[in-house]
Design a protein around this ligand. Structure first.
Ligand code: GLN
Length: 317
């Protein structure tokens, strides 16, 4: 991997990315099933880079909390792979790109209730069910993990640390017919131990966690750092590498190929407009801008990451 951190230095480069990529007009979409996300101003743009040497560089709205949505799926997978039961998880969910939308029902029925990967909704519901076999409050477990990895409550000036937005969760739950349908399919195929409703309720609370770019970059650092997190080992080096591989192939749903082409790095997006990206051995990057493309990925965020990767040479290729 090449690293050409030539001038300008990273801090200035991030400021320039904010200048270039902060949306000036209201383009793109907001998710229809999460009312709370429609009210976020379209011109928000933040970026943070947490390096394996312990520095954090931020620019724009990097200290404004946003809804992490599906970025949570990376961290629930990490938690699920920590336990001795991880082999059982891989008998319930595959590791193949889906090529379908993140909330598609079609493939799940055709493939007899085994989701293609843990980063589409069906797969994340299975991961949640797996976590709930050990604790009924998997969302609380995730929140504690993220708070610890993000550096507790000290992670930004005046910031309170990660928290669950209860109103956002309630709003999403009220329009979760599709996720409930996925959960009932899973249940019918014998791939869910808990009641479908409790798994979806728990999953929606995970998605409703609010974090800043600074906090998410720090929380994701263990994936760039051979599994070593803020408070010690999170995962083995091999498991951290594998999560990166699944991010590369499945992290952007049916835009995974296009994202790999444009950015060349493992990433995971959420419909809150955040994208977490890993540069193995070097840093974790979080970019946030709320307006989405047709596949549910941040428009300005993807463009900024493509620019950043071109200008730094950061890529796994
Ligand atoms: N909570 C959202 C959903 O389940 C998460 C989707 C996403 O971020 N891609 O629809």
């Amino acid at each position: 991997m090449s690293t050409t951190l030539s001038a300008p230095p990273l801090g200035l480069l991030l400021e320039d990315l904010v200048r270039q990529h902060r949306p000036r007009k209201e383009t793109g979409a907001v998710p229809g099933n999460i009312p709370f996300l429609a009210s976020v101003p379209f011109d928000r743009f933040g970026i943070a880079v947490a390096t394996t040497s312990g520095e954090v560089f931020c620019s724009g709205d990097a200290d404004v909390p946003f809804s992490i949505q599906s970025i949570s799926k990376v961290f629930t997978l990490a938690l699920a792979l920590q336990g001795s039961r991880s082999a059982r998880l891989w008998s319930r969910v595959l590791r193949e790109p889906s090529g379908t939308a993140f909330n598609s029902l079609v493939q799940l029925e055709a493939e007899h209730g085994i989701p293609r990967n843990p980063f589409i909704n069906a797969g994340a519901l299975v991961v949640t069910d797996h976590l709930m076999e050990e604790t009924s409050d998997a969302a609380g477990q995730l929140l504690r993990f993220l708070t610890e990895q993000a550096g507790g409550q000290q992670s930004g000036p005046g910031k309170q640390g990660p928290f669950i937005d209860g109103a956002a969760a309630t709003g999403e739950l009220a329009s979760s017919s599709r996720n409930l349908a996925l959960a009932h399919f899973l249940k019918d195929f014998g791939n869910l131990a808990q009641p479908a409703e409790s798994v979806v309720e728990n999953y929606v609370r995970q998605c409703s966690i609010m974090m800043t770019c600074r906090e998410l970059a720090r929380a994701g650092l263990f994936l760039a750092n051979d599994g070593q997190g803020a408070a010690g080992t999170v995962l083995s080096r091999s498991e951290a590498k594998r999560i990166g591989s699944i991010m590369l192939t499945c992290g952007m749903y049916d835009a995974a190929g296009e994202f790999a082409y444009r950015v060349g790095l493992p990433g995971k997006s959420g419909v809150g407009g955040g994208i977490l990206v890993i540069v193995p051995g070097q840093c974790a990057i979080c970019v946030w801008s709320p307006r989405l493309d047709a596949k549910g990925n941040s428009l300005a965020g993807t463009a900024a990451l493509a620019d950043l990767s071109d200008r730094t040479g950061w890529s796994v290729f």
